[in-house]
Design a protein around this ligand. Structure first.
Ligand SMILES: Cc1cc2nc3c(=O)[nH]c(=O)nc-3n(C[C@H](O)[C@H](O)[C@H](O)COP(=O)(O)O)c2cc1C
Length: 308
């Protein structure tokens, strides 16, 4: 089965990408993951100012996955412009790179995009709308609210001609409304989903497992929520969808593709096995052959017996 795809006007050698925050800026994993074989890479979210991150511990194991409260540790947009983008240009030609952007306000997103948009080494944007904001929702992520998510997207849309992919949250009360509002605001597609909010407590002391208290749950525990989110989005938009959440094998990727995704991302699975992305890709090809498909895009949206 052919794995090559053209999505967002970009050529992907295969549909399995590395998810934001789980592969640094590429450089950090280049020794353990063959970046010339991956379908693509999404960078750690970039904020305007450097962020040191949250108190440790920043990760903890939970049943079926893990929790993190990294706190968007990154060197800040100016350092990314001068240090990271040239590395990506020199080392990742042929591998589509999405720069992930996070901020507290639409203006912060706009400043980051303005600073980086004429830089080298990347092809597209992923707007991380699932981080806390100061201005509208009292610290809740933009992605929970149609108007807030659309506000960020609209603010950035006029500043770039690159594909703009909005990353949404699994716990939006009305995900379909968010998708419709963000499409209207000019997004070119959606990544679904970010982590699910969670809290793990030590039963004896009552202390949270994470230094920051609450965190985001990822891994197989959230896969069914992610697949449902992709399917929900596919019912209200024709824009390309990127599925992420709990993908650790080829069958997981097939579920996301069938639910409506054109591309998928592997996140936490890379932490317990850095070869996860390669395994997902090979198993996906094998399953495709088993199903008699000639091209991976024949899977997208192929759900049976589920009413819209
Ligand atoms: C340690 C860690 C750091 C993450 N950092 C980011 C980030 O910077 N930006 C972002 O949009 N998502 C971030 N994520 C979320 C992942 O990209 C992904 O959406 C989520 O983990 C679900 O996929 P998974 O179950 O395959 O891990 C992070 C996840 C983990 C586990």
């Amino acid at each position: 089965m052919r794995l090559e795809q053209t999505v967002f006007g970009l050529s992907f050698r295969n549909p399995v990408l590395l998810a934001a925050g789980t592969c640094g800026f590429g450089r950090e994993v280049a020794e353990v993951i063959d970046l010339s074989a991956v379908g693509g890479l999404v960078t750690k979210s970039v904020t305007l100012e450097p962020r040191a991150g949250n108190p440790s511990p920043r990760v903890a194991g939970v049943d079926g996955g893990m929790m993190n409260s990294i706190g968007l540790t990154n060197p800040g947009a100016p350092a990314v412009r001068h240090d990271v983008l040239p590395w990506l240009e020199a080392n990742l030609s042929g591998t589509p790179v999405f720069v992930s952007v996070a901020g507290h306000s639409p203006e912060e997103y706009a400043e980051i995009v303005s600073l980086l948009d004429d830089g080298p080494g990347f092809q597209a944007w992923e707007l991380n709308l699932s981080c806390p904001n100061d201005t509208r929702l009292g610290g809740q992520p933009f992605a929970l609210d149609p108007e807030a998510a659309a506000g960020v997207t609209a603010r950035v849309r006029g500043l770039t001609d690159r594909p703009l992919v909005a990353k949404l949250a699994p716990n939006a009360p009305d995900l379909a409304a968010v998708v419709k509002a963000v499409e209207e605001a000019g997004a070119d597609g959606f990544t679904l989903v970010n982590t699910m909010p969670g809290l793990a407590l030590d039963p004896l002391t009552g202390r949270p497992a994470l230094g920051a208290g609450v965190g985001g749950v990822s891994g197989p525990a959230i896969r069914a929520m992610g697949v449902r989110a992709v399917w929900t989005a596919s019912q209200v938009t024709d824009l390309p969808l990127v599925g992420v959440g709990g993908i650790a094998g080829g069958g997981d990727a097939v579920q996301y593709l069938r639910a409506g995704a054109s591309l998928v991302q592997v996140g936490s699975a890379s932490f317990w096995d850095p070869r996860s992305e390669g395994r997902v890709r090979k198993e996906l090809a094998r399953l495709g052959r088993q199903m008699g498909l000639s091209s991976v895009d024949e899977l997208t949206g192929k759900v049976e017996g589920l009413a819209g």
